[in-house]
Design a protein around this ligand. Structure first.
Ligand code: ATP
Length: 329
């Protein structure tokens, strides 16, 4: 398999090497294709990414991505959105579960759910009309888009606790009724137990009773907001991985950005990027993927942790410690 590796900018250049060290311990037959994209590339060449880059990415099966600093050019178009569209990565998947010894904002450790967000339509359709005194963005919900995200969420639910929560706002936004209906029908077809929640009530409930949820499926904007908010349940930004999955390709990235404030100091937490490797291994069907969780628990329990978690270890130390655990298990 061919893996495009995009370190990007800032701490992306520190956490991705640590993640690759971890990936290498699995000894898989992976050809890595390194691409320089982002702010530094834009400064050097005037282009953060070109069509040729996208073609090179399309020749790969999956992407491991660090982070990109937004380019200060009014005509700059998001690289992430271009890749998501170009590879048709329709499912954004974010697992939310506690890690040993790390307390999130609620101090709870009894939750384990996954947010599956539709990634290609909704309010991020890009169909916009901007006038001086009014501006319009079209919210797109299609049967096909809703069916495929619902199917993805149901497949995932079947491997977990077989429960799906459909999040919407169909009491006010009519387009959401289509999303809700299609998700309900799909859950029925898959034999997955489903319930639904209005997005505002869901925001409250996720903070109060996160243990109630298994797989949560929702539209683009709601998923974006709920998944960042849910990150606070886990703790540090440096601990949250995510995957963007399509029919053919998959793209794995830590939730955090390029963190210019700590870049170059070697203190960024690499665990989010390392947990992205776990998601990549799962996507590849690698049976030993869950060993990464074990290795991460091991370093947390032994306090081999970066300053964001109150430790004194560096990015590379944490990467080496996770890799060492995996080599010896
Ligand atoms: P960008 O513009 O690329 O999104 P940002 O600094 O605005 O960068 P983040 O990179 O998400 O946004 O960082 C937000 C805060 O969280 C920063 O103070 C950063 O130092 C901290 N942070 C983010 N990722 C990590 C990490 N992996 N390890 C430690 N701290 C992190």
């Amino acid at each position: 398999m061919k893996l495009a590796v995009i370190e990007g900018d800032g701490i992306g250049r520190e956490v991705i090497p640590a993640a690759l060290e971890v990936l290498d311990t699995f000894g898989l037959d992976i050809e890595k294709v390194s691409l320089e994209l982002g702010y530094a590339r834009w400064e050097r060449t005037g282009a953060a990414m070109t069509e040729e880059d996208l073609d090179l990415i399309k020749e790969c099966d999956a992407v491991l991505f660090g982070a990109i600093t937004t380019v200060p050019d009014p005509n700059y178009k998001s690289i992430l959105l271009a890749i998501r569209k170009g590879l048709d990565l329709y499912a954004n998947v974010r697992p939310i579960k506690p890690l040993p010894g790390i307390a999130g904002v609620t101090g709870r450790s009894d939750f384990d759910f996954v947010i599956v967000r539709e990634n290609t339509e909704g309010l991020y359709s890009g169909i916009e009309e901007l006038h001086e005194d009014a501006a319009y963005t079209r919210r797109v919900i299609t049967r096909r888009g809703s069916e495929r995200i619902a199917a993805y969420a149901c497949e995932l639910a079947k491997k977990r606790d077989n429960r799906l929560t459909i999040v919407h706002k169909s009491n006010v936004i009519k387009a959401d009724k289509l999303f809700l209906d299609v998700c309900r029908e799909t859950a029925e077809d898959y034999g997955v137990e489903s319930s639904d929640m209005l997005v505002d009530a869901m925001a409250y409930s996720l903070m109060k009773q996160p243990e109630k949820y298994d797989v949560v499926v929702t539209t683009n904007l709601y998923g974006d907001i709920l998944s960042d908010m849910s990150g606070a349940l886990v703790g540090s930004l440096g601990l949250l991985p995510s995957a963007n999955i399509g029919e053919k390709y998959a793209f794995f990235e830590p939730v955090h950005g390029s963190a210019p404030d700590i870049a170059g100091k070697g203190i960024a937490n690499p665990l989010a990027a390392i947990l992205c490797v776990k998601m990549l291994l799962e996507w590849l069907g690698e049976k030993k993927a869950s060993l990464v969780d074990e290795a991460v628990s091991h370093v947390l329990q032994n306090k081999i942790i970066t300053p964001d978690l109150g430790g004194t270890s560096g990015t590379a130390d944490v990467g080496h410690a996770v890799a060492e655990y995996l080599r010896s298990h």
